[in-house]
Design a protein around this ligand. Structure first.
Ligand code: GLU
Length: 298
């Protein structure tokens, strides 16, 4: 595994101060109270305030948010989705997403408006990237929204995408968005501090990795089998897949703990927070082709 010396590490962090176009992803587990599954309004408000402040610094901001299914499930009073029949289970999830996405956006719109910030909704599927015309349109819409100073809020269109077999998780989606809009930095806010040599919840010997300069096979293999939280769909595996897309497309990526949302401005101030995956543009990296192969392997 390739790691860097202290000076190089400091320089890589300092470089984050100059990032202009930033994608931030927050997962369901970071948006909910673990005990009830209800939205954590304080965390949500802090997140939006941070994002508005980044906007006020003249940077472009895109938020990729999960939570549609979780919020919808609560709204219709389902404690758990217990259907045995796979098809029926999918329909329940998709119905929950239809309810929850609207609620989630209503909450975001309200808080963004409090800070005089305009927000927009973009819902994507695998086809948005794989189909040339759709990708072209999505790219133009994002670009225009950013030009107008609007914050695009993105999720997978779970009501029409066959959830869990299309893009399936928002770690991957956020990296795809970052690649599509030529972002400079992707920040994945998670319930973990960053990348460890092993799952720190199971193995106390696991050590923290502050910076990754090259995504080696050894590193990618480390994420396999890690499931992470059971609220969203992203474990470390999906985060490493996101890193593969982001760094391969020339985008730096940081995984950081959402416990304290203030971590966002500390990252953008060059602080040593979370794990930084340094961009490593791969000449032959083809986003539509990569996305078209997603989940075919399973
Ligand atoms: N798109 C899903 C939702 O909003 C979540 C996917 C994920 O957690 O990664 O509920």
């Amino acid at each position: 595994m390739a790691t860097a010396g202290t000076e190089t590490k400091r320089a890589a962090r300092e470089a984050l101060r100059d990032k202009r176009r930033i994608v931030v992803k927050i997962g369901s587990s970071s948006l909910q109270h673990a005990s009830t599954g209800d939205l954590d309004y304080i965390r949500l408000e802090k997140l939006v305030r941070e994002l508005c402040d980044i906007r006020n610094q003249g940077k472009d901001v895109i938020l990729v948010t999960s939570g549609a299914i979780a919020v919808g499930r609560k709204a219709v009073g389902l404690r758990e989705i217990t259907e045995d029949d796979g098809e029926r289970q999918m329909a329940v999830k998709q119905a929950c997403a239809a309810v929850g996405q609207a609620r989630l956006m209503m909450t975001y719109q309200k808080i963004f408006a409090e800070y005089n910030q305009v927000a927009a909704q973009i819902l994507m599927t695998k086809n948005t990237i794989v189909d040339d015309l759709n990708r072209f349109n999505a790219h133009n819409t994002f670009t225009q929204l950013l030009r107008m100073g609007v914050v695009p809020i993105v999720n997978e269109n779970d009501t029409v995408a066959t959830y869990e077999i299309e893009i399936g998780d928002n770690d991957t989606l956020s990296a795809i968005v970052a690649a599509l809009v030529d972002a400079d930095l992707l920040i994945l806010l998670s319930d973990i501090d960053g990348l460890y040599t092993d799952d720190p919840r199971q193995n106390p010997e696991a050590s923290f990795i502050p910076q990754v300069d090259e995504l080696t096979e050894e590193l990618l293999a480390m994420g396999k089998g890690s499931t992470g939280s059971n609220v969203g769909t992203g474990g470390m595996n999906t985060k490493l897949q996101a890193a593969r897309i982001a760094t391969g497309s020339g985008v730096d990526m940081v995984i950081a703990n959402s416990r304290d949302i203030g971590i966002l401005h500390r990252i953008l101030d060059g602080g040593q927070e979370g794990t930084l995956f340094v961009a490593n543009r791969e000449e032959g990296f083809d986003l539509p082709q990569f996305v078209s192969r997603l989940h075919r392997r399973q």
